[in-house]
Ligand binder design. Structure first.
Ligand SMILES: Nc1ncnc2c1ncn2[C@@H]1O[C@H](COP(=O)(O)OP(=O)(O)O)[C@@H](O)[C@H]1O
Ligand SMILES: [Mg+2]
Length: 602
């Protein structure tokens, strides 16, 4: 979709307001974007099938009233040959109408599938290309809902819209032909159209009201389900099962009731329309019988009658589809707003330089403030990692350590100072290439549904079981992996309940090593582990250290012992640095104080 074009218009005015103020047809047409051509073809096909059907019905006229002469394409037909031609024309045209209608239906399906795919792709791209700190403010539930639920609703709305447009075209064709048959009939056609518009307008207001209720019910459904199932452990362990069930059931009931109410409108207005239409047709037939004074009805009147018998369901369906399109409009708006919010904060474009890492990585007087916050998280932070070394950043929770690592990986950009790789500013480098040289072990490493091996390969396109095995050994994970039922081919669940925390972290270390990283970045890799598991992970790290550059972040002291140099962080700045021995040897230093506390606790 029009990412760049949309961005520009966002700067001019609030784009979503502009979108919301669009009329129904305009809004859907806008939303179609690159699928407009295909949609136009689909609508034209539907109209073409209507045209063919009208032609087939008119072909019946010469069969009933054979005395009329017909001259078409230089061929003069008369009498019985005209009647036979009429039969053939009728059959051919009717079959053609049916075939074109099928083509139109298939075309709608294709347009909708493509459109839906485009919506998902756009939302995914927007999420991946967002500025990281802005993304943190987007509710995860919103992204999930948009990607799964809303996209479905938006495409349903689009389907109603396309059908409505096709039907509308067919209706216009039918009405025009009927009107050309006689002026009385055009009056009737007009009556029918007005009837359609009136019933449609009658449905608009309640539709709007019910739709608002329905979408808000769907939103709370998404949020509550997200809250419950992402924190299921907490809810279940606190004995909240009954309450949770009750709350969710109430939400489902609210949604069901809102859904029923919003869906009742369409059949109600449809039957209103249908009944008044039938009464209308009865009145006309009555009129025609009276004016015929007992004679047979003319072929034109009969053709008209057939036309309107065919038209009524289409008018009904136009009205129904339009109303449904209106109901689903709310979803389009919500979806569009989410997408637009994401487009508003694109990731800063990076440099193009190819990174080298022969000397080292430096943080030079770094400042960082989260957008929308007044106080800075990091100020004047300086440290250095020489190639082959391990450094540690140690400090209390909230000291800014994770933020520091997000700056190193290029996820966030410093608001002051810079990070340099072999002397080159990280901002001037191709960030994705830089990231491809980092290995990361977070505090609680995720495991993916798949085998142990697949978990080691992860996103890497290389598939080398020997190297994977070697990495597992280096990470001290080979032992427990061998004891699993199928060794490296054992399936791990999404949540890998089969592995302990320490095993999981060692597996994550193997995964990080498999990337052959220049630098291994570890964010509190042992914080959630018990003492024994921590020792196992640290033993692995001690081995890895021999061959890898490392940045270890921790608030406890055990992981820090590995480091060649330690930077003590407090309140967003580095307050002390030195080797373990140096820091412990400064009795008034902050580190020595932490060390003494630690000793007491231990
Ligand atoms: N996305 C965010 N938006 C605003 N403030 C944040 C965000 N993430 C972290 N912070 C703030 O930045 C400070 C440092 O956080 P963090 O880097 O996670 O610290 P640490 O990893 O040392 O515990 C904290 O005060 C935290 O509240
Ligand atoms: Mg942290």
């Amino acid at each position: 979709m029009r990412v760049s074009a949309r961005r520009e218009s966002v700067e001019v005015s609030s784009g979503s307001e502009w979108f919301h103020s669009k009329r129904l047809i305009g809004a859907y047409w806008e939303l179609l974007d690159s699928h407009r051509r295909a949609a136009a073809v689909t609508i034209s096909l539907t109209i073409a099938s209507g045209l063919l059907e009208v032609a087939a019905i008119l072909a019946v006229v010469p069969i009933i009233e054979p005395q009329e002469k017909v001259a078409a394409f230089g061929i003069h037909l008369q009498g019985s040959s005209l009647r036979y031609a009429g039969v053939i024309a009728f059959a051919v045209l009717a079959v053609a109408a049916s075939l074109v209608r099928v083509t139109a239906e298939r075309s709608i399906t294709r347009v909708i599938a493509e459109f839906e795919k485009g919506c998902r792709r756009e939302m995914t791209r927007a999420a991946l290309d967002m500025d990281w700190s802005a993304y943190l403010k987007v509710r995860l539930g919103d992204v999930n809902t948009s990607l799964l639920l809303s996209v479905n609703q938006v495409s349903l709305g689009m389907q109603f819209f396309l059908r409505a447009m096709g039907m509308l075209g067919v209706t216009v064709v039918f009405v025009a032909v009927a009107a050309s048959l006689s002026w009385q009939l055009s009056l009737f056609a007009l009556f029918f159209l007005v009837l359609g518009v009136v019933t449609y307008l009658l449905g608009v207001k309640p539709t709007r009201r019910h739709t608002a209720v329905l979408t808000s019910a769907a939103e709370s459904l998404g949020q509550e389900a997200d809250l419950l199932f992402s924190n299921l452990k907490l809810f279940r362990s606190l004995g909240e099962r009954t309450q949770s069930r009750g709350r969710m059931e109430k939400i489902y009931a609210d949604y069901a009731s809102a859904y029923t109410k919003s869906m009742y409108i369409v059949p109600t207005t449809r039957s209103m329309f249908e009944i008044s239409g039938i009464v209308g047709i009865g009145v006309v037939l009555f009129g025609a019988l009276i004016t015929a004074h007992g004679a047979a009805l003319s072929a034109a009147s009969l053709a008209f009658l057939v036309l309107f018998l065919r038209l009524t369901p289409r008018l009904v369906s136009t009205q129904e589809n339009l109303q449904n399109a209106r109901t689903y409009r709310k979803w389009c708006d919500a979806w569009w707003s989410t997408l637009e919010t994401m487009h508003e904060s694109p990731m800063a474009s990076g440099g193009a330089g190819s990174p080298h890492f022969d000397r080292g990585l430096r943080a030079e007087r770094l400042d960082f403030t989260y957008p929308g916050r007044s106080e800075s998280v990091l100020h004047q932070v300086t440290w250095e990692l020489r190639k082959g070394e391990a450094i540690a950043l140690v400090g209390d929770s909230g000291a800014g350590k994770t933020t520091m690592l997000d700056l190193v990986t290029g996820l966030l950009r410093p608001t002051g100072g810079r990070i340099t790789v072999d002397g080159t500013d990280l901002n001037d480098l191709d960030v994705e290439e830089w990231q491809s040289h980092l290995g990361l072990v977070p505090q609680e490493a995720p495991l993916f549904a798949g085998t142990v091996l697949e978990n080691v390969y992860w996103m890497d396109s290389r598939r080398d079981p020997d190297e994977a095995r070697h990495c597992l050994e280096k990470a001290h994970a080979a032992g427990f992996v061998d004891r699993l039922p199928d060794g490296m081919d054992t399936m791990l669940g999404e949540r890998a309940a089969t592995l302990s925390g320490g095993q999981r972290q060692r597996l994550a270390l193997a995964r990080a090593l498999y990337r052959r990283p220049w630098i291994l970045v570890l964010d509190e890799p042992t914080s959630s582990l018990d003492a024994e598991a921590e020792q196992e992970v640290l033993a692995a790290l001690a081995d890895v250290k021999a061959t890898s550059s490392m940045i270890i972040v921790a608030h406890g002291l055990n992981p820090v012992k590995l480091a060649d140099r330690i930077y003590v962080m407090a309140g967003g700045t580095v307050v002390e640095d030195g080797t373990w021995t140096e820091l412990v040897g400064r009795p008034d230093g902050r580190f020595a104080r932490i060390f003494r506390q630690h000793a007491v606790e231990a």
